[in-house]
Design a protein around this ligand. Structure first.
Ligand SMILES: [Zn+2]
Ligand SMILES: [Zn+2]
Length: 254
């Protein structure tokens, strides 16, 4: 099979959509303005609204205007989190929520590029991420990935890596963080229930060493942050020098 053909088939949902419906917004079906090939001005506006809230760069939660002291809000000012920096696109609401759901359940390949670009802009604009070496997408248990056929967090990490490469930053993606057991969905559970379920559910493959590395964990949605914390615990035990996180959205905000 010719490489071009293979590329075409790999990207078929976006390619087919472009052939069948040129000029149509991939989210709402509205008209695109001339230069954009994915989202219409209204959907971009909705996305900007989900992304417009200020947040704490240490815990990722929404903050008031003058709340930060030394990059910490009142929730995390006395804590020593293993994840030392937290970046996000926005709140898990409105257009951002709808687009993430499309990525998650419909594998809309046209949206991957949007998320990759937006995450890259967070990573580039915050000097804390300057020395990131490795991206680690939060893994699904292999049985779930087998059924779904893809992990949207892997896809987002790959797009982010591509975007960073365009900026001259070469990041690696590492898949040595694994889920050691399958866990039930956490939606609707209290923080303590979530903690109990997730505790010890991640580990880094034996003989992997992240010494001197700045690892940035990538996730799609976080609510309590417990999945990220447990991932960080495993990555830390493999010797990482610095751990940060970058997510598409934070849920459970007031
Ligand atoms: Zn639209
Ligand atoms: Zn905070």
């Amino acid at each position: 099979m010719k490489p071009n053909m293979l590329k075409f088939i790999k990207n078929w949902p976006g390619e087919i959509a472009n052939l069948l419906f040129p000029g149509i917004c991939r989210h709402c079906g509205g008209d695109l303005d001339g230069s954009d090939t994915i989202l219409c001005p209204d959907c971009w506006q909705g996305l900007r609204q989900s992304m417009s809230h200020s947040y704490c760069p240490t815990c990722g939660k929404d903050i008031g205007k003058f709340e930060l002291v030394d990059d910490r809000c009142h929730r995390c000012k006395d804590k020593r989190p293993m994840i030392s920096r937290f970046g996000r696109l926005g709140r898990y609401d409105l257009t951002l929520r709808e687009l993430i759901l499309k990525l998650k359940y419909q594998k809309r390949s046209t949206l991957e590029g949007v998320f990759g670009q937006l995450l890259a802009s967070v990573l580039i604009s915050d000097p804390y991420y300057t020395d990131v070496d490795i991206l680690i997408p939060v893994p699904m248990h292999w049985t779930r990935k087998f059924i779904r056929s893809f992990n949207q967090t892997d896809i987002v990490a790959i797009e982010l890596k591509k975007q960073m490469k365009k900026q001259g930053r070469h990041l690696k993606i590492n898949y040595d963080l694994v889920r050691t057991r399958r866990t039930p969905p956490l939606a609707g559970l209290s923080d303590s229930q979530r903690r109990e379920i997730i505790k010890g559910a991640f580990s880094v493959r034996p003989d992997v060493n992240f010494a001197n590395k700045h690892i940035c964990i990538i996730d799609d949605i976080t609510t309590s942050g417990i999945t990220l914390k447990e991932s960080a615990r495993a990555i830390n035990s493999a010797g990482a020098a610095k751990i940060s996180a970058l997510v598409l959205a934070v849920a459970g905000q007031d």
